[in-house]
Ligand binder design. Structure first.
Ligand SMILES: [Zn+2]
Length: 166
């Protein structure tokens, strides 16, 4: 769905999102985020690539998306797609003037995160992922088992219980 062929020349510069992620403006889940503004928003959206080994995030300064090139090249395709959906929700939240990194909330309780995950989970379900697979997707290294369970609960995702986890 998107082109990776231009990723070799990157670093600090911002590029047109549409040049790398083609066809996302046609995706129903994305259209649900931006409505009739979808085409306009995506054509103005900028993306930056970093060698920093991470995933992706949205700037709370100008609303552009930064993506780890390592993740883009080595990550699971579905994970990357769902993360893009997640970040696009943050892009809309930024445009609405919402505080993306509100420190009054922990990561998994933050309303902007829960909303972004909700869109990603909805799309994951449409793609046929099971709750167990969605749970694996939600789990990140900075999330404790307790946080993961809280997040899964607010998203109504049934995570398999793993008694060995603390
Ligand atoms: Zn987020």
């Amino acid at each position: 769905m998107w082109r990776l062929d231009r990723l070799l020349r990157m670093g600090g510069r911002k590029y047109a999102f549409n040049d790398y992620f083609k066809g996302l403006d046609k995706v129903e889940a994305v259209r649900r985020i931006f409505g009739e503004k979808t085409g306009q928003v995506l054509s103005n959206l900028k993306v930056e690539f970093t060698w920093f080994r991470s995933y992706m995030w949205t700037s709370n300064v100008d609303g552009h998306i930064t993506i780890s090139s390592y993740y883009l090249n080595h990550g699971d395709r579905i994970d990357i797609y769902l993360d893009l959906i997640h970040e696009l929700v943050h892009v809309r939240q930024f445009m609405e003037g919402k505080e993306l990194f509100d420190a009054n909330y922990s990561y998994t309780d933050r309303p902007t995160e829960v909303e972004a995950y909700r869109y990603a989970v909805e799309e994951a379900r449409r793609l046929g992922l099971t709750d167990g697979q969605i749970c694996t997707y939600l789990k990140t290294e900075w999330m404790s088992a307790r946080d993961l369970n809280r997040l899964a609960e607010s998203l109504k995702v049934k995570c398999p219980q793993t008694p060995t986890e603390k």
